[in-house]
Design a protein around this ligand. Structure first.
Ligand code: G3P
Length: 217
């Protein structure tokens, strides 16, 4: 399973990249706004900055919702760097745009996916990635990871090549459960990635080893 970081914060991207386990980055308008990025030029510059840190796929989300505008908007970040993936919402014009980008050889990430039916449409349009939002499904009293299982199973049976990118990750257990469910990618906030490190027996064991090591000097 590939690890993407779900943030537009350059320091956090650098920190995750420094661990040596980062495969890519996803952003969304909320994450960009949180970093105070405003206006087309600043948005494009920010994607360029992210691409100087990371070689792997970087998802840049469009703000438009009609076909012509999605295409016009998505072509700009796609022209910046070969690792840019145009992130498009799961709407009718979004599906048309994903098919258009696919035909041009531009990679896409279909976002705001909450059902297996939506995931089938994204795959039929040729999306490179499909992003089911598992944390938001959990918030609505369903099990988001069940959807990952279902989509992975459908894609395997049908031979779809779209990668299942588990999004809206809220904690380390989500990452473990998505790995178990067969997700191709998990995009995670930095604290969820760092949460994978934690185990009290590791801390206790290390403290003991360091204490005993003093007797070896
Ligand atoms: O990038 C989309 C997704 O990961 C959003 O997560 O926590 O806002 O539901 P969240």
């Amino acid at each position: 399973m590939k690890f993407f970081i779900d943030t537009a914060n350059l320091d956090q991207i650098r920190e995750a990249h420094g661990l040596g386990i980062l495969d890519g980055v996803t952003t969304n308008p909320s994450l960009m706004a949180k970093e105070g990025i405003k206006g087309e030029q600043a948005i494009l510059k920010h994607y360029q900055d992210i691409c100087t840190i990371v070689d792997g796929p970087v998802s840049a989300e469009v703000l438009s919702i009609d076909f012509d505008s999605i295409v016009a908007e998505g072509e700009k970040p796609a022209a910046l760097a070969s690792n840019i993936v145009v992130k498009v919402p799961m709407i009718k014009d979004g599906i048309r745009a994903i098919k258009w980008f696919t035909d041009q050889g531009i990679k896409t990430n279909c976002t705001l996916v909450f059902s297996a039916g939506q995931a089938i449409l994204a795959a039929k349009a040729g999306a490179t990635y499909v992003s089911p939002f598992i944390g938001r499904i959990d918030d609505s009293n369903w099990d988001g990871v069940d959807l990952i299982h279902q989509i992975v199973q459908i894609y395997r049976i049908q031979g779809f090549e779209t990668e299942v990118l588990a999004a809206s990750i809220r904690n380390a257990l989500h990452i473990v459960r998505c790995a178990e469910a067969g997700a191709d990618v998990c995009t995670c906030p930095l604290p969820s990635i760092l949460g994978l490190l934690k185990h009290p027996l590791t801390d206790l064991g290390l403290a003991q080893f360091l204490a005993d090591a003093k007797n070896m000097a």
